[in-house]
Design a protein around this ligand. Structure first.
Ligand code: CAP
Ligand code: MG
Length: 477
């Protein structure tokens, strides 16, 4: 055998007594803290927000994260001698106190590219978030951002449709796309569900959408839903002369079942299928591969993300999930709204949109982007905004989220007092009024309520929407 067997003498040199203090192992002295390290252009870099336990040194805590997310365990092992451990050790190379974050530190950790299997988000995450979040020396740990080297980005296919080709397929340009999530989330029969889809599309929306938890329940099996929905899409296309779509949720218990549902959606002529984040990274990549093969748009609902993205000192920032999902190859992803029923501040949300929509992200600390990121030609993901939004917020939505976005109004369409088609019309008219004002060079954000009120003078559905949901008084005179 060519591999040298480690000797007891070897082990003694590895286990020098400076590696231990009162029996406690110090990762910082084992090569996981290298303040002089210059990250290579091919390194994967992670930025963690660490909150060490009282009495734990920040540098030691950062080195522990580097160690445990790469090669280390709690003790020195014989087999270290059999590897190129210098290269394989992740290196914490910078630790800064967080401004206005007492007891918190930003730890920068570099990982050699050789540590990762090409094209596998499951493999990447098994390292970076695999075991460190429950580690005792830390009170809390949050993965804030990552820089993927171009060499690694190129091992992923990315979205097969993306923003540009989606617009070409739909033949819709120069404005956000509009959608509605069918409500109530659960309980409708297939026939009634199809009626909602038809009314919403006919009324002026581009898309309707299955909700995250509508799969194949006793009150409506998936096959019925798909048939009624596609009949509605075809009829709405015929009456409107526009391309329409409905995101058929193929989320299921097994890959086999998801493929069966997706294939049926394809056979029925759907342009788009939908999955939930809870299916897992490998399943998402498999569905992305399927969507590429079948020329289908792949919509991802980020169901479940709030359980680990929301806490400010622990978990994973959604901006990191957004980067992973762009690599994984989804075409749409829910990314927040700023206004509406769900939490989200303008600058952080802007950062989420930046990593989905730009070819290159410069470092932009105000948006929470700590690293420049070259996407190396990876297609752009269409962000989706939903959660308690309505026509009266159209100026704010356009201002905060821009043009390349799907605005989805569930309650804000289906809850309209004059009915579902009226709800859809209110949203379409509000959007077109805002786009017109923007294109004429008006300050649409400041003048938003006036622009909406003017449009509502000629559109009863919009007026009803504003009167029902608007949080300012509109002047219709
Ligand atoms: C919105 C929604 C969406 C969430 C997703 C819901 O309904 O259908 O799933 O907005 O959140 O179930 O709440 P409404 P996010 O339009 O009726 O509020 O986009 O943040 O992932
Ligand atoms: Mg929902």
């Amino acid at each position: 055998m060519d591999t040298p067997t480690p000797s007891v003498a070897d082990a003694k040199t590895v286990r020098g007594k400076d590696r231990y203090r009162s029996g406690v192992m110090e990762y910082s002295k084992m090569g996981y803290w290298e303040p002089d390290y210059e990250p290579k252009i091919t390194d994967v870099i992670a930025l963690f927000r660490i909150t060490p336990q009282d009495g734990v040194d920040a540098i030691e805590a950062a080195a522990a994260v580097a160690g445990e997310s790469s090669t280390a365990t709690w003790t020195v092992v014989w087999t270290d001698r059999l590897t190129a451990c210098e290269k394989y050790r992740a290196k914490a190379y910078r630790v800064d106190p967080v401004p206005n974050g007492p007891g918190q530190y930003f730890a920068y950790i570099a990982y050699d590219l050789a540590l990762f299997e090409p094209g596998s988000i499951a493999n990447l995450t098994a390292s970076i978030i695999g075991n460190v979040f429950g580690f005792k020396p830390l009170k809390a740990l949050r993965l804030e951002d990552m820089r993927m080297p171009v060499a690694y980005v190129k091992t992923f296919d990315g979205p097969s449709t993306g923003i540009v080709v989606e617009r070409e397929r739909l033949d819709k340009f120069g404005r956000p796309l509009l959608g509605a999530t069918v409500k109530p989330k659960l309980g409708l029969s297939g026939r009634n569900y199809g009626r909602v889809v038809y009314e919403a599309l006919k009324g002026g929306l581009d898309f309707t959408k299955d909700d995250e938890n509508i799969n194949s329940q006793p009150f409506m099996h998936w096959r019925d839903r798909f048939l009624y929905c596609m009949e509605a899409v075809n009829r709405a296309q015929a009456v409107s002369g526009e391309v329409k779509g409905t995101y058929l949720n193929v989320t299921a218990g097994t890959m086999e079942e998801m493929y069966e549902r997706a294939n049926f959606a394809h056979e029925l002529g759907s342009t788009i299928v939908m999955i939930d984040l809870v299916i897992g990274y490998t399943a998402i990549q498999s569905m992305s591969k399927w969507a590429r093969k079948h020329d289908m748009i792949l919509h991802l609902h980020r169901a479940g993300h709030g359980t680990y993205t929301r806490h400010k000192t622990h978990g994973v920032s959604f901006r990191v999930i957004a980067k992973w999902m762009r690599l994984a190859g989804v075409d749409h992803i829910h990314a927040g709204t700023v206004v509406g029923k769900l939490e989200g501040d303008p600058l952080t949300t802007r950062g989420f949109y930046d990593v989905l929509r730009e070819d290159y992200n410069p470092m932009r600390l105000e948006h929470g982007i700590f690293f420049e990121q070259d996407w190396a030609g990876t297609r752009k993901v269409m962000p989706v905004a939903s959660g308690g939004i309505h026509a009266g917020q159209m100026h704010q939505l356009l201002h905060h989220l821009g043009e390349d976005v799907v605005l989805q109004f569930g309650g804000g369409t289906i809850g309209h007092p004059l009915g579902i088609a009226a709800g859809a019309t209110a949203n379409r008219v509000a959007l077109e009024a805002m786009i017109l004002a923007r294109n004429e060079g008006r300050d649409y954000y400041r003048e938003g309520p006036d622009i909406l009120a003017q449009a509502a003078r000629h559109c009863l559905p919009l007026r009803q929407a504003l009167d029902t949901w608007g949080d300012v008084t509109f002047d219709y005179t």
